[in-house]
Write a protein that binds this ligand. Structure first.
Ligand code: KG4
Ligand code: ZN
Length: 343
């Protein structure tokens, strides 16, 4: 089966073609970063309009690249995300599904991130623990099988990617700030500015990053007053990144012990962070699975593979779905999978 995947939940237009036998056949990504950079963040209306402009030519490009006329099914991001941006992908997927007469599969964006490592040569087997870290979410999820998601912990305030972006802004870096902050931190001393490790000693597996962001703001102010801000920027970036990585690693390892997890999946935009990857690989006793860097951030391939796995279920009736908010835990195991487990 050939599955076309469409991702339009935020500021990347991602399109991919995935073959259930041969794997990923073609994939393109158009980033809107330049369009939004002047505003310092994503402008929802501009995002929707650009998705609309880009989507059809990108679909054509992917089909041409793979030498395919039409897919057997279409998977699209149905949420969570910017509702106007989601509507563009949902409308396109359902329109094409109607004209091609093929099933249309609404995919949960975070399930896409979670399943992105399935695109790699050595994919994880179930059960596994997943740390999903993106611009909108920070989740520790226990995954006994496809579609069964037990959320162990989440953020009480800012998502970790958001904390990276806001701290980057404080340090005068452009949008999106995560990669720029990580690059600046390379030349910094992570012990130079002591920062808190929020929630680290609290019960449970939740996170909180807004206090850390405020702590950095106070340090930036202090550096400014002492007239040393310019030469302190790299140290501040390194100190912030270390505090975040320490916090994520501590909570993740605690959850792994709690579930006696042998496998850990790390995915989502912040999963591209080199220091986070190195620390988790070093500290976790089992095997750690990451998507390749390109598939950590938003892309069409993760939606195509998630759609392929869900297609085993026969897809859902083609009703257009665009949900700004959507709990990962509300998803169900594919019925076909459940039946095969029972028989
Ligand atoms: O998954 P994603 O592409 O979009 C959402 O679903 O939110 O994640 C984007 C987030 C942004 O906040 C970006 O700054 C962050 O991931 N990010 C990083 C890195 N690369 C992307 N944060 C830290 N280090 C990175 N290398
Ligand atoms: Zn995402």
């Amino acid at each position: 089966m050939l599955i076309l995947g469409l991702e339009t939940s935020c500021d990347e237009t991602g399109v991919a073609l995935y073959d259930t036998e041969r794997g990923l056949l073609a994939e393109v990504l158009h980033s809107q970063v330049d369009l939004h950079a002047v505003y310092g963040g994503v402008v929802p209306e501009i995002a929707s309009r650009d998705h609309l402009r880009r989507l059809l030519p990108l679909i054509q490009q992917v089909l041409d690249d793979a030498g395919v006329v039409r897919p057997d099914a279409i998977a699209y991001t149905a949420g969570p995300g910017l509702v106007g941006a989601l509507m563009v992908g949902a409308g396109m997927a359902n329109g094409l599904g109607l004209s091609w007469g093929c099933p249309v599969i609404p995919v949960h964006h975070m399930e896409g991130h979670l399943l992105a490592p399935m695109l790699e040569d050595d994919p994880p087997t179930y059960p596994f623990l997943a740390l999903l870290v993106s611009g909108g979410h920070t989740l520790l999820v226990w995954v006994p099988t496809l579609g069964a998601y037990e959320i162990l912990g989440t953020t009480l305030d800012d998502a970790v990617g958001e904390a990276f972006d806001k701290t980057a802004k404080l340090l005068g870096l452009g949008y999106p700030g995560g990669p720029a902050l990580a690059a600046l931190a390379e030349n910094g001393d992570s012990a130079a500015w002591p920062l808190p490790r929020p929630m680290i000693h609290r019960d449970g597996f939740d996170f909180s990053f807004s206090g850390l962001k405020t702590a950095v703001m106070l340090k930036v102010r202090e550096a400014e007053e002492r007239g040393i801000l310019e030469e302190s920027r790299a140290d501040l970036a390194a100190s912030f990144q270390k505090a975040v990585v320490d916090t994520l690693a501590k909570r993740t390892l605690k959850a792994a012990r709690h579930k006696d997890a042998a496998r850990l999946v790390v995915a989502g935009g912040v999963g591209a962070n080199r220091m986070l990857r190195d620390e988790l690989t070093r500290q976790f006793s089992g095997q750690v699975f990451y998507p390749r860097l390109r598939f950590c951030t938003d892309n069409g391939a993760m939606i195509a593979v998630a759609g392929a796995l869900r297609l085993a279920d026969g897809g859902e009736p083609a009703n257009i779905q665009a949900r700004a908010r959507w709990s990962l835990e509300s998803l169900a195991e594919p019925a076909a999978l459940k039946q095969s487990e029972e028989t």
